[in-house]
Design a protein around this ligand. Structure first.
Ligand SMILES: Cc1cc2nc3c(=O)[nH]c(=O)nc-3n(C[C@H](O)[C@H](O)[C@H](O)COP(=O)(O)OP(=O)(O)OC[C@H]3O[C@@H](n4cnc5c(N)ncnc54)[C@H](O)[C@@H]3O)c2cc1C
Length: 414
């Protein structure tokens, strides 16, 4: 080992010792008050893991979840806007954590993916031919679907957090003030309440993190882009006949469209379009594409509910500070996939850090930081792959445009 290496190892040890003394200062004490802002998957899972971990070390913590949305409402007001696919691995991980998705929450058990391209389609079955991918509704289903007995996924997780001791406060938080080193949550009527730890789980469809600018809380907001979701209610029997128990993924060469997926859910089909600033023109181009019409002619079926939610396309590097931690979409998530899985991973890692390591910025950096980095690293590869594809396209010799301005996958591979 050279002297330089010894010097840096020593300074690492000194920094680590300093970190440890800071984290010793900031720990959850018995009877600590914890606030969770947002009762989506990240907030409910954070609350669940905080309570269960605290219980194992004999620590008593009071958890308040601030969530104004009622997940028992149908339509956009009760929903956290998402395709609602829970991947097979996440279904199993949740089951191993003791969180088994009840039958009434799963709208359809999906057994395979069918990938559609302009050169044809391919079916990818789940490894053991069981229907273990779950399709759920985040709220109480589409606006005009009040008669189909939907149970909300987010409602189920929030209820689970309540069963483990959390209290739900049906209010919006509008800011954070500081008093004597403690964060105080501010509600719309100006009331403020102090907490020992605040978990921010507000997702990206809220400007909460931006509201904190200038309040002494130095947290960045993630980079986002607009997506599109609509719910169709085709003729009775049409969903099963055309889509079966499969999630269909369209990888078409339409500019700005990353991919699109119609997901069967009982009598409905949830159509998700993900890409860069998805607008009505892009939605129309997709719905009228021949490959889509062949599979599910949704352009002739009325849309009963629609929204244009934001999605996180670049997470933040430091979703934590002393007594503050950001989980789920508001911090880092996986690029265009498995957002609920990332909410689970960040929520569990942040909650166990708070209980076992402390609630200082250093404690979160040391123990929650690696989870954040692992997700970001995965996304860096995803971003590079997308950029490489873009560069290849840009370098390709010009070809005569087809009448519909779209190139085939065969063109791209040539
Ligand atoms: C088009 C689209 C399709 C998607 N499809 C899938 C999919 O199929 N599978 C998948 O795993 N992921 C999918 N995702 C990603 C997934 O939706 C997110 O990753 C997930 O919702 C993140 O959970 P969260 O708890 O961090 O945030 P959210 O689910 O957004 O929850 C945030 C909660 O905070 C509350 N809140 C916000 N501000 C405040 C405030 N100031 N005070 C109090 N409460 C507040 C909100 O009411 C909300 O309930 C999709 C996303 C999009 C946009």
């Amino acid at each position: 080992m050279g002297l330089g290496t010894l010097g840096s190892a020593a300074s690492d040890l000194v920094a680590d010792a300093a970190d440890r003394s800071d984290s010793e200062d900031l720990e959850l004490h018995d009877g600590a008050h914890v606030a969770v802002i947002g009762g989506g998957p990240a907030g409910s899972l954070f609350s669940y893991f905080l309570s269960t971990s605290a219980h194992t070390v004999g620590l008593s913590v009071d958890v308040d979840i601030f969530e104004p949305r009622s997940f028992s409402r149908s339509g956009p007001g009760g929903c956290n806007h998402c395709g609602g696919i829970i991947s097979e691995s996440l279904v199993q991980i949740l089951a191993a954590e003791g969180i088994a998705l009840p039958q009434h929450v799963v709208r359809r058990a999906i057994e395979s993916y069918v990938v559609h391209m302009d050169v044809g389609s391919v079916r990818i079955a789940s490894p053991v031919d069981e229907r273990r991918i779950a399709a759920v509704y985040r709220g109480n289903g589409p606006r005009e679907g009040g008669d189909v007995g939907v149970e909300s996924f987010d409602g189920f997780l929030l209820e689970m957090a309540v069963e483990h001791g959390a209290r739900v406060i049906r209010k919006l938080v509008v800011g954070i003030d500081w008093d004597g080193g403690l964060p105080r949550l501010r509600e719309a009527d100006g009331t403020t309440t102090p907490y020992d730890l605040v978990c921010i789980a507000t997702g990206v469809n809220s400007n909460f993190v931006r509201l904190l600018e200038g309040s002494g809380v130095e947290l960045e907001a993630p980079e986002t882009t607009r997506t599109y979701i609509c719910e169709f209610r085709p003729e009775s029997g049409d969903v099963a006949r055309r889509l079966g128990d499969a999630m269909h993924v369209f990888l078409l060469d339409i500019p700005r469209l990353e991919f699109a997926a119609p997901i069967p859910k009982g009598e409905f089909v949830t159509m998700c379009l993900l890409g860069s600033d998805v607008d009505q023109e892009l939605v129309h181009e997709f719905l009228t594409a021949p490959e889509v019409r062949r599979c599910q002619p949704t352009d002739q079926v009325p849309c009963v509910c629609a929204c244009s939610p934001l999605i996180n396309v670049r997470g933040v590097r430091r979703p934590y500070a002393d007594r503050l931690v950001v989980v789920g979409d508001g911090g880092v998530t996986r690029l265009y996939k498995d957002g609920i899985g990332a909410a689970y991973r960040t929520a569990k890692s942040a909650a166990t850090t708070a209980v076992y390591q402390g609630i200082s910025e250093q404690a979160f950096r040391r123990t929650y930081g690696p989870t954040v980095k692992a997700i970001s690293f995965d996304n860096t590869i995803g971003h590079r792959a997308r950029m490489t594809r873009g560069r290849d396209d840009a370098c390709a010799p010009a070809r005569p445009a087809r009448p519909d301005r779209r190139r085939t996958t065969a063109d791209r591979l040539r």
